[in-house]
Write a protein that binds this ligand. Structure first.
Ligand SMILES: Nc1ncnc2c1ncn2[C@@H]1O[C@H](COP(=O)(O)OP(=O)(O)OP(=O)(O)O)[C@@H](O)[C@H]1O
Length: 618
């Protein structure tokens, strides 16, 4: 191990390890700046990698657990709790090799929240080992682990208890430095979070847990203090909040000798695996099996997620008891309250999911973090849809810009944006949106099995025709004529086929068969008439209809000019002027209304345009 590279003496007799470490160099490269956090096990400092200039976080074990002293204080944050006596006597058969008597071990535990000195170092090593095996965007990244030899008379404190076997070392774990705040700080400021933000946080947490579980790591201490919310920007510059799972100090490494799940590292004897006598975790979030000292698996973390969901959604814990033991007992025996009993308007789906996570029997819970994540995805999607529908209902149904036409790719995009915006509004930093987009395949399992595929986020599946829509240009009456509301049970609007071009109606007006040259001459007057009668929307629509017929007219006119000379041109113009003056307009108003694509709508008797109350002038 590298030695501390500092000219200052290590045994300066400073009263706290924070002051002791500040300004020191750990491992020859991590310059400790200041303390940023503390837990039951250790302190966390912000440091800077000297070679790279990069900020990092250095966690060191508390001196009271690394080298306990008489008179040390027990942590207020319960890390481990012994709830059952060993059948073989406390500490019997334990792997601790310090030679410390059972009595003094017991004293150590009472001073350090139940953590023995040797256990603490081992657990710290487990934390480093577990976290370093995990590589996931929602899990804090481990950069280094080591220890520094220090003087027993230094800031770690003289070992007045006479535990000479305790290593005179300062153990440290270096991780990436994370800006932002702990979830506990957010909950202290905002006890109840909006459902969308809850879902966003929890889905990211589930991703992290699933990754850990797949790697054979059970966290066992999922709680707001161990979840950091880091402000980020996605590739498009949109802000989102990234969840980072911290603190694998209580993690359980599932042994898998066959697969070498831990890279062939000599697996440490995990200190809490001693026949289930030791309960490890935080009582408020412990699963029943964890609280009872039974075997735990991934579903234990799912239970803790249920507690966390309950807490974020209701502003309180499902079980609140005065003592850790009473809390643990409540997890084992008491049914949790229904969130809707606390908040009547509680989302029923979210409530059902929370209560499922909190089931006493692991078999009755979501069977994995992945399953919980998917269930949350369904809830998010359902909420986004109903929010969009409510928005449409409030602002006038059908949505004004779409006028009840079949949804198109662009309208689908727009609806997605509306949903995302609705989500983002309530979700604050819109993590859900920003984070989901990089993992596109996620959208695949947002759909329930057997349900029609969701197309709103899969733009590639949208029909290409819809890209040409220009519905806002059309008078409302025409739009409604074109697309009556879809009947109940109709396929999803996103999947609606493009309208086929209708054949000319049997009663097609004479103007429909009029020669292109004449149409070209009529065009300006028709446009002017339409403009006067219906305003610019009709003008644009009519002009678009005519646009497709202009080309042959122009070509014909040019040819006539070349071949026939100015006489022909004059004749042509005179004819056109005559047609303009004599052409009646009624049949034109009886035409099927044009579409923006130059297609005719299905034949239908003309209806008065509400935008032209006086009717078109003749
Ligand atoms: N990488 C990091 N970047 C920034 N802050 C961090 C980082 N790691 C930890 N912290 C801060 O330090 C605090 C304590 O960290 P951590 O939970 O790992 O300590 P602990 O002693 O293991 O706590 P516990 O009581 O849960 O056992 C965290 O709540 C967080 O505020």
């Amino acid at each position: 191990m590298d030695c501390l590279r500092s000219s200052a003496p290590l045994d300066a007799g400073l009263p706290s390890s924070e002051r002791f470490l500040r300004g020191r160099l750990l491992g020859g490269r991590y310059l400790v700046e200041h303390m940023i956090g503390a837990g039951a096990m250790g302190r966390v400092y912000r440091a800077r990698h000297l070679g790279l200039g990069r900020a990092c976080a250095v966690k060191v074990i508390h001196e009271r657990v690394a080298a306990p002293r008489v008179g040390g204080r027990a942590s207020h944050r319960v890390c481990t709790t012994r709830v059952a006596a060993s059948p073989r006597g406390e500490g019997a058969g334990h792997r601790g090799s310090s030679g410390v008597s059972e009595r003094s071990r017991s004293e150590e535990r009472s001073r350090s929240g139940g953590v023995r000195a040797g256990d603490a170092v081992l657990r710290f090593h487990v934390e480093a080992l577990a976290a370093s095996r995990l590589d996931h965007p929602n899990i804090v990244r481990v950069l280094d682990f080591g220890c520094e030899p220090v003087s027993l008379h230094g800031a770690l404190g003289a070992n007045a208890g006479g535990h000479e076997a305790e290593p005179p070392s300062l153990w440290y774990l270096v991780t990436e430095h994370l800006d932002g705040e702990d979830l506990i700080d957010l909950l202290n400021a905002t006890p109840i979070l909006p459902p969308e933000r809850i879902v966003s946080i929890m889905r990211q947490l589930c991703s992290a847990l699933q990754h850990a579980h797949d790697a054979g790591v059970i966290h066992r201490d999922v709680k707001p203090e161990n979840i950091r919310l880091v402000p980020r920007f996605d590739d498009d510059g949109a802000p989102f909040e990234q969840v980072k799972l911290l603190d694998f100090g209580t993690a359980k490494l599932l042994h898998d000798d066959r697969s070498g799940a831990f890279g062939g590292s000599p697996l440490l004897p995990v200190p809490d695996e001693d026949n289930g006598r030791l309960v490890i975790g935080t009582p408020a979030y412990m699963s029943p099996e964890q609280a009872a000292g039974q075997a735990v698996d991934a579903r234990s973390d799912v239970y803790a997620c249920g507690v966390l969901l309950f807490e974020m959604a209701t502003g309180r814990l499902p079980f609140e008891r005065p003592t850790p033991v009473a809390l643990a007992a409540a997890h084992v025996e008491s049914p949790p309250p229904r969130p809707s009993a606390l908040h009547p308007a509680f989302d029923p789906d979210l409530e059902a999911l929370i209560l499922q996570c909190l089931r006493k029997n692991p078999e009755d819970r979501p069977q994995s973090a992945r399953a919980l994540r998917e269930a949350l995805g369904h809830i998010a999607l359902r909420r986004a849809r109903s929010a969009a529908d409510e928005h449409a209902a409030v602002s006038g149904s059908p949505r004004p810009s779409e006028g009840g036409r079949p949804a198109t790719a662009s309208s689908s995009r727009r609806r997605s944006s509306a949903e995302d915006a609705a989500t983002a509004r309530s979700a604050g930093a819109s993590t859900w949106v920003g984070y989901r987009s990089p993992s596109l395949p996620e959208s695949a399992h947002l759909d329930r099995p057997g349900s029609p595929p969701t197309t709103q986020r899969d733009e590639s599946s949208a029909p290409t025709w819809v890209g040409h829509r220009s519905t806002p240009c059309l008078p409302a009456a025409l739009v409604e004529t074109a697309s009556p509301p879809a009947p109940a049970g109709a396929p999803p609007v996103d999947a609606a086929p493009p309208p086929t071009e209708a054949p000319p109606p049997a009663h097609a007006p004479a103007s429909a068969q009029r020669a292109p040259a004449l149409d070209a001459a009529i065009e300006p007057l028709s446009l002017l008439r339409a403009h006067r009668s219906c305003g610019s929307r009709s003008l644009v629509a009519l002009h678009r209809r005519r646009r497709g017929r202009l080309a042959p007219v122009v070509i014909g006119t040019v040819a006539a000019t070349v071949l026939g000379g100015s006489l022909c041109l004059l004749f042509n113009a005179a004819g056109a002027a005559l047609a303009t003056l004599t052409s009646p307009s009624p049949e034109r108003e009886g035409e099927a209304p044009p579409t923006a694509e130059g297609r005719a709508w299905p034949a239908r008797a003309p209806e008065p345009d509400p935008t032209c109350p006086a009717g078109p002038p003749r």
